[in-house]
Write a protein of this length. Structure first.
Length: 182
């Protein structure tokens, strides 16, 4: 009986330790990062919970299943694409805008195409962390990407004119040549 208990304990311990992966254990992810060509499609947005945003969110305007801290983007086309030292972003934005956006603005989300500056890749605790700066005509963005071996990602966007927001999604391959043909 002691032997059976020891065997079960040993199996539980080894089963738990196998779930941790190194950042470079996914060959496809390594290739995408090395080539600098990948896309992240977000399934969730997590806006900064400011007092004004929470007052609006508490009116149930966000729809069923959504809260002020977590908003489903499933079925809402969005992307963050890195390719050829450039970035193409089309992400919905939920939260406060601090400075003038102009009147009659049709694009309330985070939308821009720009060259990437200060692109820095580091490996931390089993995942890749990528930091860079990008800007469009009126805003600058500090972006932090956390890319995990299971091909999931988190995006943190700090803007010069908006409240901070985070996104969670999946990483996929991106072919810039195929994009140009569309």
């Amino acid at each position: 009986m002691k032997y059976l208990g020891f065997l079960i304990l040993a199996l539980m311990i080894t089963g738990c330790s196998g779930s941790r992966q190194a950042a470079d254990s996914n060959e496809a992810l390594n290739q995408w990062i090395t080539e600098g060509s990948y896309e992240i499609e977000s399934q969730w947005a997590s806006p900064m919970a400011t007092q004004a945003f929470m007052a609006v969110a508490n009116t149930n305007i966000l729809g069923p299943g959504n809260t002020g801290n977590r908003i489903s983007l499933i079925g809402n086309p969005n992307h963050l694409r890195i390719y050829n030292d450039s970035i193409d972003v089309d992400l919905p934005f939920f939260g406060e805008r601090f400075m003038g956006a102009g009147y009659n603005q049709n694009n309330a989300g985070i939308q821009f195409k720009a060259p990437v500056k200060n692109y820095e890749v580091t490996t931390k605790n089993g995942f890749y962390q990528i930091k860079f700066v990008a800007s469009d005509k009126t805003e600058s963005y500090n972006v932090i990407l956390n890319l995990f071996p299971n091909e999931t990602a988190s995006i943190a966007v700090n803007s010069s004119q908006r409240a901070a927001i985070r996104y969670q999604g999946t990483i996929i391959a991106f072919d810039p040549d195929a994009k140009e043909e569309e």
